[in-house]
Design a binder for this molecule. Structure first.
Ligand code: SF4
Length: 645
């Protein structure tokens, strides 16, 4: 029977389960990717397994998020991650080497391999024909330990690309078009597979842009074929031997299907504060901007910097604008320097930053209050930029450069300029600087833990009954940035749960920590709408609320990775059987789950009594038997310990 590419990738790594939509399947994981913001906890979790070395074909630990060194905390983490990587047999990517996803694509990505990453944009690896999935840190630690990764078999969504991109329209506009059509929930429970003649028009790095931001659709992952373009890319990286051809069989079918005619696309933009708020740039043109930010894993290719350099060549940016250039990798930075593109940007007035995530995750470059920041990054969730009342728009490098020039949001087609022609080069200076390979003999390596590295808190097993307030009532699409923010103030606390918990739900309620403390021992609830926990994979958005006493969430729906994280840390992710019940709960209502443990043991529906309103709700929480045990014992770490005792 003919198969699509996603089915082939899954089948070649299937260790248990049936490939039927909704069935739980186990996948063998070839490679893992961890970054520093999630990686310190991953390393502590891996250490807790007692294993001396990772069991994967390749694991890489990147330092790309926490690059600011305001005090000892981030450098402490860097040393911890380097020594832990050397101890456990991982590659280590030092600060300044670049953002994990493009560096992984340059150095390690292999068509046909599986990649599990504790970063939600790991699907970017799909640009090379990998099955690359973002997950929580504990899932990554387990994959490093050789455990299969379990998910529900997703639907496969075939997207046929036809036509050819018009001038001034680029890969970012393709993924923004997908978001315009389907919003931030459109990909939940699906793998997006791109195919068709339009794919031939896209470079491997263009495909990275699209696969990366498939995460914004909520998709499990995105896959592209491994074709001649992937071969060219790998050859340019000195890795042609890693190439294999991979594509869907002729006549294969998809669970869902759609077509995008590239020729019909126009420059698009996502207005604040969701990547799903997409409109043509022309609709918001003329709004005054404060900042134009180019970089991140959502536009990491050489062309994403060269095109703005050529647009700005010989010109000066508007005096009001801060044009911030954030090279994605050291290798890209070397190319831009050697070929004088960097000097064109600098001469035009750009500010150059180091290779890394930087302002994308609020580590510097925060915009001024109430001013528009135009960014080529993938996310514009409230406050992610580091400024609480921010106004971030997401766009292509073409739109960002055109707007830097004029000082207002500008449809790049209206510039009186010729569209610069540039394709990703096939010959580059390959840089491996900053990448430390795994050591054969690790016996002399000592893992160095500075004072910023605190042990994981211990969590109790589930009590028989829970009573507590609905301490927060939230709407739809609450992101992990809103649950536990990033940024220069909070990220350095990633290895210290008691300290970071002070910022739990801080973007929503600055007093939440104080309000939660009285319930730390007895527990509290949170009520939410659809797609709770979208965005970043950070498991701190689960561990910190858990540390404060969160025992169950009552929601209309969850983002996939966040729900996995909730289960891993023993929090019930309940779904309303009757969605109208959501409207009857107010913040501070006292809720009770009188038989929670018994109901979980029976894996039945749950009863929640609203004591304040004298109402009873039926809640669902479909779990497999292992997940039931994980929640009963207080989370996956306790579960593993119980099993091995
Ligand atoms: S989305 Fe931003 S913070 Fe996340 S990996 Fe990419 S560049 Fe880094």
């Amino acid at each position: 029977m003919s198969k699509n590419l996603a089915q082939k990738l899954i089948e070649s790594h299937l260790v248990d389960g049936k490939m039927e939509v909704g069935e739980t399947i186990g996948l063998r994981i070839d490679q893992t990717l961890t970054q520093d913001a999630t990686g310190t906890i991953v390393m502590l979790e891996f250490e807790a397994t007692g294993l001396d070395r990772v069991r994967t074909k390749l694991s890489a630990q990147y330092v790309d998020h926490n690059l600011l060194q305001e005090d000892y905390k981030n450098p402490d983490d860097h040393i911890f991650l380097r020594t832990a990587s050397q101890k456990f047999g991982l590659w280590y990517s030092a600060p300044g080497t670049g953002v994990s996803h493009p560096v992984h694509m340059e150095r390690f990505g292999i068509p046909g391999h599986t990649l599990l990453g504790s970063d939600s944009h790991t699907p970017a690896g799909g640009s090379l024909g990998m099955l690359a999935i973002g997950a929580g840190g504990l899932e990554a630690a387990m994959a490093m330990a050789g455990e299969p990764y379990h998910i529900k078999m997703p639907k496969i969504w075939g997207v046929k690309l036809t036509g050819k991109l018009p001038e001034w329209v680029s890969a970012k506009d393709i993924i923004l078009e997908m978001l315009r059509r389907h919003n931030v929930e459109g990909g939940i429970g699906k793998i997006i597979e791109y195919y068709g003649p339009g794919v031939d028009e896209l470079s491997a790095m263009d495909r990275h842009v699209i696969a990366n931001m498939g995460a914004e659709l909520g998709a499990t992952t995105t896959v592209f074929p491994s074709d001649q373009e992937v071969k060219r890319f790998l050859k340019s990286q000195g890795r042609e031997a890693d190439w294999v051809e991979l594509r869907a069989d002729e006549g294969c079918s998809y669970d869902e299907h759609e077509t995008i005619n590239l020729s019909e696309l126009v420059p698009l933009i996502a207005y604040p504060s969701s990547p799903g708020n997409v409109v043509p740039v022309s609709e918001v043109a003329g709004r005054e901007i404060f900042q134009s930010y180019i970089g991140s894993s959502a536009n990491p290719g050489i062309r994403d910097f060269v095109i703005p350099a050529l647009i700005l060549d010989g010109e000066k940016i508007h005096e009001r604008v801060s044009l911030d250039i954030n090279p994605s990798t050291r290798q890209v930075l070397i190319y831009l320097t050697v070929n004088s593109y960097l000097s064109k940007l600098i001469s035009a007035g750009a500010r150059i930053h180091q290779a890394g995530c930087n302002g994308c995750i609020g580590m510097g470059q925060a915009p001024a209050t109430g001013r528009i920041s135009l960014r080529t990054t993938p996310r514009n969730f409230p406050g992610r930029s580091g400024t609480k009342e921010d106004s971030v728009y997401l766009c292509s490098p073409e739109t960002a450069a055109a707007s830097a020039l004029t000082g207002v949001i500008t449809d790049p087609r209206t510039l009186k300029k010729k569209y610069p022609q540039f394709r990703e080069p096939s010959e580059i200076i390959i840089s491996k600087t900053g990448l430390l390979p795994p050591l054969a003999d690790t016996s002399k390596i000592v893992i160095e833990k500075g004072p910023n590295i605190q042990p994981l808190p211990k969590f109790e097993s589930l009590p028989n009954a829970i009573t507590g307030p609905a301490l927060l009532k939230l709407g739809n699409d609450i992101s992990t940035d809103e649950i536990l923010p990033a940024g220069a103030r909070v990220l350095p606390l990633r290895s210290n749960i008691p300290a970071i918990s002070k910022y739990t739900y801080y973007q929503i309620d600055e007093k939440f920590y104080e309000r939660a403390l009285p319930y730390q021992k007895t527990g509290f609830f949170v009520v939410a709408g659809e797609n709770y926990g979208q965005g970043s994979s950070r498991e701190h958005a689960v561990i910190a609320p858990k540390y404060l006493g969160l025992c169950a969430i009552l929601a209309k729906g969850y983002a996939r990775i966040h729900r996995e994280n909730l289960i891993n840390f023993g929090i019930l992710s309940l779904v309303f059987e009757n969605m109208d019940d959501y409207d009857t709960i107010d913040q501070e209502d006292i809720l009770e789950m009188p038989s929670v443990k018994k109901e979980l043991e029976q894996n039945s529906a749950f009863t929640v009594v609203n004591q304040t309103k004298n109402l009873t709700y039926k809640m669902l929480c479909p779990l497999n038997s292992k997940e039931v045990q994980m929640i009963l014992t207080g989370g996956r770490i306790n579960f593993i310990k119980h099993k091995t005792q």
